[in-house]
Design a binder for this molecule. Structure first.
Ligand code: GTP
Ligand code: MG
Length: 363
């Protein structure tokens, strides 16, 4: 199956790259270049993941005290990460899905020290896991430097883990977000390095606090082109949703359709499905599930072709030429039509529709 869908993805990748090169060498508006850039990254990810059943890495980023760990606990379906109003998470913590048969107990925690020494703990309850993480992964502990903590468990209550996700909690990179006057290149480099191997990026801000100027700059310089989910947490502290969304668009430059207003605290306290839905978390979770689907060759081909064709159509309309050479478009069309019959309805119909739109650019 993947053999049949890999070709069009490869050709689409080449075609988008040509468009991007054309856009950068002419004075095409920044927004168009950004869209093509984001598309290139997605296609690269899809191709890299294609033939391996490798997990999809989902990472949450943002300054301290944004409710990142609280949010992840909800998405994990287990309260294992330490949360507190004072800066807490001080190391990268990854949650990996593992079969019970491969573990000695339901929960296994690996604490990886800076010198590569690994402590392994076997636990039976999430409370025990939380205690170990608090001991080794939070500011409260103080002890020797820990590079990374990996928690392995079946995570049966998590939709994202069920779909082969790896959830990653990162320390609030406080220094990277502090004032721009000082040199934070090392911290910034570390944060940016972590971003590189993450497939889905969650960027967390708060509804009751507008970020600093350095936070805005960090978002613009390093996050924007990763097309993150822009999560505005602490929705419970602000009743004017419209104003909050408007302010974050204005301050950070968030894309409106990537903003998710949530209250991790309300999700945590929810006693009914209605309360849970009102927290905004299930909607976010569903959107991430869909994003994971788009990282597969089939859905990825469809969504990326749709986005690419929209860019081409808009630019023709605006009188800007970012059209790749005919040969590239023809190759995408030929190979994609061949794979269309193998894709299930209604995906097939959507793919045929978008290919019809693409065909209009072929002379
Ligand atoms: N009111 C409100 N409080 C929240 C919400 N989410 C988290 N909190 C609280 O905010 C504090 C910080 O939450 P954490 O999840 O530890 O924040 P964090 O971003 O992981 O912080 P660091 O690990 O220090 O970077 C805790 O006291 C949480 O209970 C929310 O949606 N609303
Ligand atoms: Mg935290």
């Amino acid at each position: 199956m993947s053999g049949n869908t890999s070709k069009p993805i490869e050709f689409l990748h080449v075609a988008v790259r040509r468009s991007f090169e054309k856009a950068t060498s002419s004075n095409t508006p920044q927004g168009v270049r950004d869209n093509l850039d984001i598309l290139l990254r997605k296609l690269g990810q899809i191709r890299a993941l294609e033939d391996r059943a490798s997990p999809r890495r989902i990472g949450v980023f943002g300054p301290p005290n944004r409710g990142k760990s609280t949010l992840l606990n909800e998405l994990l379906g287990a309260a294992i990460l330490t949360t507190s109003p004072i800066p807490m998470t001080r190391t990268v913590i990854e949650a990996h899905r593992a079969d019970l048969s491969s573990l000695n107990s339901e929960w296994q925690v690996e604490v990886i020290h800076d010198d590569d020494f690994i402590n392994t703990f076997n636990h039976n309850t999430p409370e025990e896991v939380a205690a170990t993480i608090q001991q080794y992964g939070s500011h409260r502990s103080g002890g020797a430097e820990v590079r990374r903590i990996i928690v392995r468990s079946p995570f049966n209550k998590s939709k994202l883990m069920e779909r082969n996700g790896i959830l990653i909690d990162t320390p609030g990179a406080e220094v990277a977000f502090e004032d721009l006057e000082q040199d934070h290149s090392e911290d910034t480099r570390r944060a940016v390095g972590m971003l590189k191997d993450v497939h889905v990026v969650l960027f967390c801000v708060r509804a009751d606090q507008i970020g600093s100027e350095s936070e805005r700059a960090f978002y613009q310089d390093h996050m924007r082109l990763l097309d993150p989910f822009n999560i505005v947490n602490f929705k419970d502290t602000n009743s004017d949703d419209v104003a909050v969304i408007r302010d974050t668009v204005k301050h950070y430059g968030f894309k409106r359709d990537r903003i998710y207003l949530v209250s991790s605290r309300d999700a945590q306290k929810a006693k009914s499905t209605e309360e849970k839905d009102a927290s905004g978390l299930p909607r976010l979770e569903e959107a991430i599930v869909q994003e994971l689907a788009r990282l597969t060759p089939r859905d990825g081909l469809l969504c990326c072709t749709e986005e690419f064709v929209s860019v081409l159509e808009n630019q023709v309309f605006a009188g800007i030429d970012v059209l790749p050479e005919q040969i590239h478009l023809k190759k995408v069309l030929n190979t994609a039509y061949r794979s269309a019959g193998l894709i299930s309805e209604p995906t097939e119909r959507r793919l045929e529709n978008v290919l019809e739109r693409l065909r209009r650019f072929v002379r």
